[in-house]
Design a protein around this ligand. Structure first.
Ligand SMILES: Nc1nc2c(ncn2[C@@H]2O[C@H](COP(=O)(O)OP(=O)(O)OP(=O)(O)O)[C@@H](O)[C@H]2O)c(=O)[nH]1
Ligand SMILES: [Mg+2]
Length: 323
């Protein structure tokens, strides 16, 4: 068995901006081995605070152009002096090696740049585990002097919420002409999104992109009649042609400064989430309780016990055993 790396040495290498150290540190926080977990926590405690980073969440359905967009957008940020880390969150997908290849070939320049770091998502695991690991990975990237951290999610629903809850600004990419432009509004995604970005505004798709922008602006005015600047919340770009990307970058920098104010509340929410998950883990790992959980669940399933009564029973037993 390999010994975990020395946290102090790793922290020092991170502070120098060493990308290989960053890769090793991420592997460490992703590990579930107890001694790695202990080393990871020591490492995290040694890291400097996050400085002036901008944390950006990006989501959008498969094929909308996320990777192409991140390539163009990330290179624009690099030209503006940033160092860019791209992290992926993909809790549902089982694709592993494939996504690494796919992402890196769709971001060829970014993957080559020495001012960028692209980390694909390890597949599997629960959303809670993924969220904690990603939060920690953001801190590692920031300690390694990456001042634009892009968290991409290809998952839907909960993973979008998880990413929105750990970033300063959340962008949702939309494809035009898919016939379901307003589906995002139905799914409530616009409540999470700070900016809706209609991609592929080029060639044959340009008229459809313009319509999509108008449709979304209209829908947002109906949904949030009191807000003033909904028009500016929807923009059209072409990631492929690089159109609208520089303007969007300026807008993101501006909005991101305000979005940073969310961090204290996000940290508080993460604390309670971790406490909740820790308790649940302890409960499910309790040698006396765990064997009965399946039976309790079966009684709730067949209706012979209410969820409330069952939960009270389980919790009372769990808590009584700790007194
Ligand atoms: N016309 C046009 N095509 C684009 C644009 N951006 C991306 N595409 C194309 O759309 C396809 C999907 O692009 P990706 O960047 O791989 O999309 P993705 O959202 O990362 O896809 P997944 O990783 O599978 O979720 C590719 O064929 C791209 O070339 C654009 O701005 N205009
Ligand atoms: Mg992609």
């Amino acid at each position: 068995m390999r010994a975990p790396p020395d946290p102090a040495a790793l922290a020092a290498a991170l502070r120098r901006g060493d990308r290989r150290a960053l890769a090793r540190a991420i592997t460490l926080v992703e590990s579930t081995r107890a001694e790695d977990r202990a080393a990871a926590e020591k490492l995290l405690a040694l890291l400097p605070s996050s400085g002036d980073s901008l944390r950006l969440g990006i989501s959008g359905s498969p094929g909308v152009g996320k990777s192409t967009f991140i390539e163009a957008f990330g290179l624009t940020a690099i030209r503006d002096g940033r160092r860019v880390a791209v992290l992926a969150v993909d809790p549902t997908s089982q694709r592993s090696g494939g996504s690494i290849l796919g992402d890196k070939t769709r971001m060829p320049e970014l993957a080559k740049s020495d001012r960028a770091f692209v980390r694909p998502s390890p597949a599997g695991r629960t959303l809670g585990g993924v969220a904690r690991r990603t939060r920690e990975t953001i801190l590692l990237a920031e300690a390694a002097r990456f001042d634009l951290v892009i968290v991409e999610t290809v998952g839907v629903g909960q993973s979008e919420t998880a990413v929105a809850d750990m970033t300063d600004l959340f962008l949702v990419l939309i494809a035009p002409g898919s016939g379901d432009e307003l589906q995002g509004i139905k799914r409530g995604i616009t409540e999470l999104a700070d900016l809706l970005i209609v991609n592929k505004a080029d060639g044959d798709l340009e008229p459809a992109a313009k319509r999509a922008v108008a449709d979304y602006r209209h829908a947002l005015r109906l949904l949030r009649p009191r807000a003033k600047s909904e028009g500016e919340m929807v923009v059209a770009v072409s990631a492929l042609k690089g159109r609208g990307i520089a303007e969007l970058w300026r807008q993101v920098v501006e909005l991101g400064a305000a979005g940073r104010r969310r961090r204290p509340a996000q940290a508080r929410a993460a604390l309670w989430q971790e406490i909740g998950e820790g308790l649940l883990e302890a409960l499910k790992g309790d040698a006396h309780i765990a064997p009965h959980l399946a039976a309790v669940e079966a009684r709730v399933t067949d209706g012979s016990l209410t969820p409330t009564a069952a939960a009270r029973e389980v919790l009372e037993e769990f808590l009584a055993r700790r007194r």
